[in-house]
Design a protein around this ligand. Structure first.
Ligand code: ADP
Length: 358
């Protein structure tokens, strides 16, 4: 490289170091000089992307703080209104109780916030152990039922398969509790909440299905976002848009997935999938074969049929020394899917192979 080129590279580098990421690097020249400028331009684009994502996170945090401040402001204003009434000697609506109610609501909100920030820490320290799901759900059944009792909605739960899952009982209990609490919050009195626990391949699926107000299609992609509320103006139902966010964090930390299906006016279904412990996946050979898809089972039976036909033809060749029999055996591979059926039938019926030129 010539002196002029080295100076240009040096000045480009110091421009990038000074934080000027918006002026593109002009790629010119040839050979090493060209390659170096190209690399510097790539570096500039990467740094710019990093800067953008940093800004995005900052904006998100700012709007989250604004949302929390707003949510805390509303009950605070209501509390101070009630307190003023009491001071003025007006207490026609049992304001002390209303104040207590609002404080509880605020307390819940703050607790959820604390829970959210603690979540990340706990992900690293969460204590997961292999749990038999029948035992686990037996343990949490009463707690979940007691939540629905308060909301006076019916609660049903399916049989739980006898499998184990690695989970943190406390954390996962929180996730289940959030889903059940939501179902109670957003379902009318007398409706039914059902929990189905099923096994599907390597996952245990926990389906929480309610008959509540449902969620409109346009909101579904966002409901697991932090602070997202379908009805931001909702004041009668204690809501902070953190429950589903925490639930998703917990499920993901357990190596699982969560998704939602909903129809307005018909109800909402949340599906959690958790990986089943390997040693509990049946070791029994026939059970494993049973679980294979039908196409795989057909392919296996064809394959064994082919092997049988091939070996039989070879044996017959050594007996008869007829080349056509050997030819049939070596060619058999191309006719694997159907040849063995003819061979099998002809062997059973006529005690000889009839396919090809036997
Ligand atoms: P919160 O319920 O505290 O507002 P969530 O994160 O638990 O926060 O829920 C986010 C939003 O999703 C809620 O505001 C609510 O509108 C909607 N939602 C959650 N679960 C249900 C449900 N089972 N039925 C109807 N809407 C629901």
């Amino acid at each position: 490289m010539r002196g002029k080129q080295i100076t240009k590279i040096e000045s480009t580098l110091s421009r990038l170091l000074d934080g000027d990421l918006y002026t593109p690097v002009r790629i010119e020249g040839m050979g090493v000089y060209h390659a170096t400028l190209k690399r510097l331009e790539e570096l500039r684009v990467t740094l710019l992307k990093l800067e953008d994502s940093k800004l995005e996170i900052e904006n998100k945090n700012n709007s989250a703080i604004a949302a929390v401040a707003h949510d805390l402001k509303t009950p605070l204003a209501v509390i101070s209104g009630y307190a003023e009434c009491i001071t003025d000697g007006i207490d026609d609506k049992d304001y002390a109780h209303l104040i207590l109610d609002k404080t509880r609501q605020m307390n819940d909100m703050v607790l959820s916030l604390v829970e959210t920030s603690r979540q990340k820490l706990q992900e690293e320290t969460s204590h997961k152990i292999a749990q038999n799901m029948q035992v686990y759900f037996n343990g949490v059944y009463q707690r979940l039922e007691s939540i629905t009792d308060q909301g006076r909605i019916n609660f049903e739960m399916s049989k739980v398969p006898n499998v184990s899952v690695r989970l943190d009982p406390y954390q996962f209990g929180r996730a289940l509790q959030n889903l059940v609490t939501n179902a109670v919050k957003y379902s009318p009195e007398g409706s039914t909440l059902r929990i189905f626990v099923k096994r599907r391949n390597k996952y245990l699926r926990i389906i929480v299905k309610d008959e509540g107000c449902g969620i409109a299609k346009e909101h579904l992609p966002y409901i697991f976002d932090q602070f997202y509320k379908v009805d931001a103006s909702r004041t009668n139902v204690s809501s902070n848009g953190l429950g589903l966010y925490i639930t998703k964090e917990i499920v993901t930390d357990h190596g699982g997935y969560i998704n939602v299906h909903s129809k307005v006016g018909r109800g909402t279904t949340f599906v959690i999938g958790l990986p089943i412990e390997r040693e509990n996946q049946e070791k029994d050979f026939t059970a494993r074969v049973d679980k294979l898809p039908t196409s795989a089972k057909i392919a296996i039976s064809f394959w064994f049929g082919f092997c049988w036909g091939f070996i039989y033809r070879l044996a017959r060749f050594f007996e008869s020394r007829r080349l056509s029999t050997l030819f049939g055996a070596t060619m058999a591979i191309w006719f694997m899917p159907f040849m063995w059926i003819f061979d099998f039938i002809s062997t059973c019926a006529y005690k000889r192979l009839i396919f090809l030129a036997d």
